[in-house]
Design a protein around this ligand. Structure first.
Ligand code: GAP
Length: 463
């Protein structure tokens, strides 16, 4: 079906709200910018993404260990990691006429300046004072303050006296670094090994935008993979394949994915090499989905110096060294957006336009919906309830749906990506068709095809 490109994202956002995937945060109070709440189907999809990731990057491997570190950490963590410094700040500039604070690099770009990526704050400031024509995006005039760095971390106080400063972590990674020694001491891992973590991260983004793409509270799925320095390139190549396999596993097609080598000045303050995985978001084009950084021994060395705790790994032969680190880092919200964009499909069925989510079975919020053909026929409902209980015990994410007629139920389940609908009808009761007794219809989401299956074979069939 012909799709107006920019419409697609709007349709997805609207479907997300209408069908209980994603709501604006604090909606009834007019929202809070950069925050989103996940509804019943959104949390199910999110959980499936996270579970699949955990299976692939932690449980499915011998060389990975899981962790769930606290969000609040000693402020010294962020000094040692470099996050309190300029490396984790955005350049801001104030228009002294209309008093609007703006991202200085965005102002330059919107004024047609090129080569802005990777400029230092001083270089950006020089452009504003150089007399070049850089106009305010708000009032169209030119009266700028000096460009200053704005740190993206949310600061908070710990305890009633509020004397101890802390931050809402801006990445889950540091929780892994500060527990490196604990994991080594408690688990005796062999090199190379990784520690994986899924959890919330917070950034006071100056311009949150584009649905879940740039938000202030989000979730990350991160691995810190510890290697001997001389092996980093070989291990990097292996993990690169794992990241590619992950994106395939969540159903993203090759043509909508791109790998971009991050150049010189654009590298994060800790990275010597980073590949960004970009996704072709509808109405936006290619932009970052996940990152894969070689963080050297930057973090472990800094924590060793700042805390006085050794971060050395000791090989069985007594060799000691501070490991280097490879970091595949994924944002859950961006993965969810990409999964929805990839799955969103419009086609024609029975002469009508239908919208459906072609989600992989392992990600669908509901794997199966069970319906009695009619909801006011006791025998049908009783039998359908039996089948529902059977499937619920086996699969867990099974929906009961007896609203409206069967056609409407199919459309509703298609729209939320349920791969299979199981319908209990008069044939199931076998009163007029004894040979069909205890069989049900399975209807397939993508093709609309239906097949008749014995209840005794249903679980195997659906597996
Ligand atoms: N530990 C490395 C790190 O945090 P990053 O590139 O800043 O690296 C990793 O973030 C991933 O986290 C990104 O690729 C993206 O998927 C997600 N992410 C980062 N900032 C985000 C934001 N403001 N909103 C949504 N997702 C974000």
């Amino acid at each position: 079906m012909e799709e107006k490109k920019d419409d697609k994202m709007e349709k997805i956002v609207s479907l997300c709200k209408r069908r209980g995937f994603v709501f604006q945060g604090s909606d009834i109070y007019g929202g809070l910018k950069g925050t989103w709440d996940f509804g019943p189907l959104g949390v199910a999809l999110n959980n499936n993404i996270k579970q699949e990731w955990w299976k692939m990057f932690v449980d499915g491997r011998e060389d990975m260990y899981g962790l769930d570190a606290a969000i609040l950490m000693n402020e010294k963590v962020w000094e040692a990691s470099g996050h309190t410094g300029a490396g984790f700040a955005d350049p801001m500039v104030l228009c002294t006429l209309c008093e609007k604070m703006q991202r200085a690099d965005h102002v330059l770009k919107d004024n047609g300046k090129t080569g802005v990526e990777g400029m230092t704050t001083e270089q950006i400031d020089a452009k504003f004072v150089s007399g070049e024509d850089i106009m305010c995006l708000n009032c169209g005039k030119r009266a700028w303050s000096a460009v200053k760095d704005f740190n993206l971390m949310f600061e908070t106080q710990v305890g009633a006296e509020g004397k101890q400063k802390s931050y809402f972590r801006p990445e889950t990674a540091q929780g892994i670094f500060v527990n490196f020694k604990n994991v080594v001491d408690s688990m005796s891992p062999k090199m190379p090994f990784g520690i994986g973590q899924i959890g919330k991260a917070f950034r006071n983004e100056i311009a949150p935008r584009e649905f879940l793409f740039r938000v202030r509270e989000f979730e990350q799925m991160e691995v810190e993979y510890f290697v001997k320095e001389e092996n980093w390139e070989a291990e990097y190549a292996k993990l690169l394949e794992d990241i590619r396999a992950w994106h395939k596993h969540i159903g993203l097609s090759d043509e909508n994915l791109k790998e971009v080598e991050v150049e010189g000045n654009d590298l994060a303050h800790y990275s010597k090499r980073t590949i960004d995985f970009e996704y072709n978001y509808p109405g936006k084009g290619f932009d970052e989905l996940a990152g894969f950084a070689y963080r050297t021994d930057h973090d472990l060395q800094n924590h060793m110096k700042a805390s006085g705790t050794s971060m050395e790994y000791i090989e069985p032969d007594g060799t000691r060294y501070v490991p280097h680190v490879l970091e595949p880092s994924f944002g859950v919200g961006r993965a969810l957006t990409a999964v929805l964009a990839e799955a969103y499909t419009e086609d024609e069925m029975s002469g009508e336009v239908r919208t459906y989510l072609k989600l992989p079975v392992h990600l669908a919020p509901y794997r199966i919906a069970v319906s009695p053909l009619l909801k006011n026929k006791e025998q049908l409902v009783g039998k359908a309830r039996e089948v529902f209980s059977l499937l619920k015990v086996e699969f867990g994410n099974v929906a009961w749906d007896d609203n409206g007629n069967v056609g409407k139920r199919y459309r509703r389940q298609d729209e939320i990506g349920t791969p299979y609908c199981v319908v209990i009808d008069f044939d199931t009761l076998g009163e007029e068709t004894p040979d069909l007794k205890d069989t049900v219809t399975i209807r397939h989401r993508d093709t609309g095809e239906q097949e008749r299956v014995a209840i005794t074979d249903l679980i195997e069939k659906l597996k």
